[in-house]
Design a protein around this ligand. Structure first.
Ligand code: G3P
Length: 217
């Protein structure tokens, strides 16, 4: 399973990349706002930091405008994936941009049928939002499972990019179901290393080590 990092914080991306934890990056207008930086400049910097796909999201609502924005974003670097919303216009833009050989990530997916349409429109990635479904008392993980089954039934090549990941359990469940990619904030990726028994084990070993009076270095 590939790890994308869901952030426009270049410092965090570099730290995780150096650990081998970054196969790509996803951004959205809210993350650009949070970075406080110019979108085109920060996306260009991210594309230099990572070799894998970097999602940059259009903000237009009409297909023609999305296509124009998508072309401009794709000019930034060859590893740009143009992110378009899962609307009828977004699907039209997806079809045109993929026809031009560009990677397209169709985002804001909340149903199996929406994922089916994105695959038929030729999307490189579909982004189902797990956390936002959980927020309204639905089960985001059921959506990942449904899309996995549908895509496998027909051998669709669109990659399932599980998004809106908020917890370590989301990551483990996505890996179990077979999502192709997860995208998560840096703090969620870092938290995957945490376990209370690991901390307790270290404390116990160090206490006993002290009693030996030995040193390794
Ligand atoms: O990249 C989009 C997605 O990951 C958003 O997550 O936590 O704002 O629902 P969240």
């Amino acid at each position: 399973m590939k790890f994308f990092v869901d952030t426009a914080d270049t410092g965090a991306i570099v730290e995780l990349r150096d650990l081998g934890m970054v196969d790509g990056v996803t951004t959205n207008p809210s993350l650009i706002m949070k970075s406080g930086r110019d979108m085109l400049a920060v996306i260009a910097e991210i594309c230099e930091i990572v070799d894998g796909p970097v999602s940059a999201e259009v903000v237009a609502l009409r297909a023609d405008d999305m296509i124009a924005e998508g072309r401009k974003l794709a000019e930034i670097a060859p590893n740009i994936a143009v992110k378009v919303p899962l609307t009828w216009d977004g699907l039209k833009a997806c079809r045109v941009l993929t026809g031009e050989g560009r990677m397209v990530n169709v985002t804001l997916c909340f149903s199996p049928n929406q994922a089916l349409l994105a695959a038929k429109a030729g999307a490189s990635f579909i982004s189902p939002f797990i956390g936002r479904l959980d927020d309204i008392h639905l089960d985001g993980m059921d959506l990942i499972q449904d899309i996995r089954e549908i895509y496998d039934n027909y051998a669709f090549q669109t990659q399932i990019l599980a998004a809106s990941i908020r917890s370590p359990n989301h990551v483990a469940e996505c890996a179990r179901i077979g999502a192709d990619v997860i995208t998560a904030p840096p703090e969620v990726i870092r938290s995957l290393a945490n376990h209370p028994l690991t901390e307790k084990g270290i404390a116990g070993f160090l206490a006993d080590w002290e009693k030996t009076g030995q040193k390794i270095l």
